[in-house]
Design a binder for this molecule. Structure first.
Ligand code: SF4
Length: 123
């Protein structure tokens, strides 16, 4: 199935699955979400979606995210939750998993460096 051109996308209301569970935690960023109404179904995969269709849909979703004023907030929300499905903040679920793994590695390295620094300072 062909994706509709982006100009034809109607954007108006955040679907419940995109609305943060706790608004006070996520902040008001979702009020400015360009994808508030995902009428084209770009952001979440339908069941049994073929790979080529998924890649095309995700790229279209990312193009929407690229012009969204709250992309940074959305991306951080999706990483912190973490949101397991869909495109959030211009990242797919797989891309978020990679980014989270990098962050965890960095945190471990920083902690190790910090510990080493304490030992060196104490010694
Ligand atoms: S960055 Fe993308 S997923 Fe996030 S609110 Fe904006 S359009 Fe929606």
């Amino acid at each position: 199935m062909l994706q509709p051109p982006l100009q034809s996308l109607q954007v108006a209301a955040v679907p419940s699955q995109r609305t943060p569970a706790r608004e006070d935690e996520a902040g008001p960023w979702h009020a400015e979400a360009v994808c508030r109404r995902d009428e084209a179904g770009l952001f979440f995969a339908p069941s049994k979606e073929p790979t080529a269709a998924r890649l095309s849909r995700e790229e279209a979703a990312k193009r929407v995210c690229a012009r969204c004023p709250v992309m940074v907030e959305c991306q951080e929300h999706a990483l912190v939750q973490p949101e397991p499905y869909g495109v959030w903040g211009g990242l797919t679920a797989a891309e978020r998993r990679v980014l989270l793994a990098r962050r965890r590695r960095r945190d471990v390295e920083l902690k190790a460096a910090s510990t080493t620094g304490h030992v060196a300072a104490a010694g």
